[in-house]
Design a protein around this ligand. Structure first.
Ligand code: DSN
Length: 419
């Protein structure tokens, strides 16, 4: 940390140091979190933070944007490279985070009250995929598909619903689904019912970049993602949209990409956060390196190892395991709720989040499950061997009353795999 902050604001300096220590001394198993590089941190705190640049490269509303143009174009070019795309894909790097990115897509492609399909929140979807408490459920008409008894998306149900409801957009995307998504099947269904096919790949973007999950791009019209989960960048979002697919906006033919750019600015936002754009460019630069490919595959290997070890210890996993970076433990056979488990684990330095399981009979505030993921511990350099140790620590923390040995186990791992 630079000495300037320490000199000018002791209170904030202390809180930052406290948070850094908390992260260093705990195991973060929240699947949507990660640890960014110092290079990303430096870019977030760079001089780009001082600039206003409403508009897009070459078409700004303020002077002094020659360099902001260059950083935005660099981020767009790197995003295309990371996901192996050509110029037929437009890239918007300005949406402030995942929900605003999704909002921009709906704003561009739907009219108020239009039907769209997404995965139910309680089955692993996201609030912004049409949940009734979210803008997406209040302004549009969401039709939700779910998962079957095994916890898997039922593509026959998706097909039947799509044919019956004729939604204008079909969305594939998840926040708590431990299996791979079949983008080809979704794309075929969307094509058949003439719906736009949108993918929210926020959770698995890093896996897709690394080739550890199939890519949605051959099938989708629009793909959104946050940049701070498995992609390991700063808070932010990317929206990829086809330049070569046209729609009518106010009687004029425009590409989907252009319509989405206009939905982000001036539709929903003012100036982009250029410092975040710079940091996104840095993270994308890192994601192009061979080490990132290894990282993405190791996240999945670690998740499988953790899932396997947990199952051997008697834990029940929704869908029976994982294919990606996360797993959901159904705690009903353990006689403990998700909230109790989250608190017990936090008390020994293991940070997870409580989560509903499909068709949960308990409330989202105190659900039946916990969600675990491996992006952060994999960034720290842990491998399959450590996943076995973590599974044992979780088991002990949830079944035993004495915690000193568990705390020591967590401390040892944190000291060996430093942030
Ligand atoms: N909060 C994110 C997650 O944890 O999955 C989704 O927005």
């Amino acid at each position: 940390m630079s000495g300037e902050l320490k000199k000018s604001d002791v209170e904030v300096t202390i809180l930052i140091a406290e948070e850094t220590k908390r992260q260093q001394e705990t195991l973060d198993l929240i699947p949507s979190e990660n640890i960014v590089s110092h290079a990303v941190l430096e870019a977030v705190g760079s001089s780009f933070i001082n600039k206003y640049s409403e508009g897009y490269p070459g078409k700004r509303y303020y002077a002094g944007n020659a360099v902001a143009d260059k950083i935005e174009i660099l981020a767009q070019e790197r995003a295309r490279k990371v996901f192996r795309l050509g110029k037929e894909w437009g890239v918007n790097v300005q949406a402030l985070s995942g929900s605003p990115a999704n909002m921009a897509v709906y704003f561009a492609l739907l009219q108020l009250g239009d039907k769209f399909m997404g995965l139910n929140l309680s089955c692993g979807g996201h609030l912004s995929h049409g949940d009734p408490v979210n803008f997406s459920g209040r302004l549009f008409k969401p039709i939700h598909y779910g998962v079957d008894k095994k916890g898997l998306i039922d593509y026959n149900e998706v097909h039947t619903l799509a044919r019956r409801e004729k939604p204008k957009l079909i969305l594939a995307g998840t926040t708590a689904y431990p299996r791979t998504l079949d983008f080809k099947k979704f794309g075929k269904i969307a094509k058949e019912v003439k719906a736009f096919f949108m993918v929210d790949m926020a959770h698995i973007a890093g896996l897709i970049a690394a080739g550890a999950h199939s890519s949605p791009f051959p099938y989708a019209d629009v793909v959104t993602t946050t940049t701070h989960k498995t992609l390991r960048g700063p808070r932010g979002a990317l929206i990829f949209a086809r330049n070569d697919k046209m729609i009518k906006v106010n009687e004029k033919e425009v590409s989907i990409a252009r319509a989405i750019d206009r939905a982000v600015f001036p539709g929903l936002q003012g100036g982009p956060h250029d410092n975040q754009t710079a940091a996104i460019a840095v993270a994308l630069g890192e994601a192009m390196r061979p080490e990132f490919k290894k990282y993405g595959h190791q996240i999945v290997k670690n998740a499988k190892a953790l899932a396997h070890a947990l199952q051997k210890l008697g834990f029940q996993l929704v869908s029976g395991g994982t294919d990606n970076h996360l797993m959901l433990i159904d705690l009903t056979n353990m006689g403990i709720s998700g909230r109790e488990a989250q608190d017990k684990l936090e008390a020994v330095g293991i940070v997870v989040n409580r989560n509903t399981i499909p068709y949960d009979t308990r409330s989202p505030f105190d659900p039946s499950g916990i969600r675990l993921g491996t992006p952060s511990v994999t960034t720290r350099g842990m491998k399959e061997k450590e996943m076995k140790v973590i599974a044992e620590l979780i088991h002990e923390a949830l079944t035993k009353d004495t915690v000193s040995g568990i705390k020591r186990g967590v401390k040892d791992l944190c000291q060996k795999f430093r942030i």
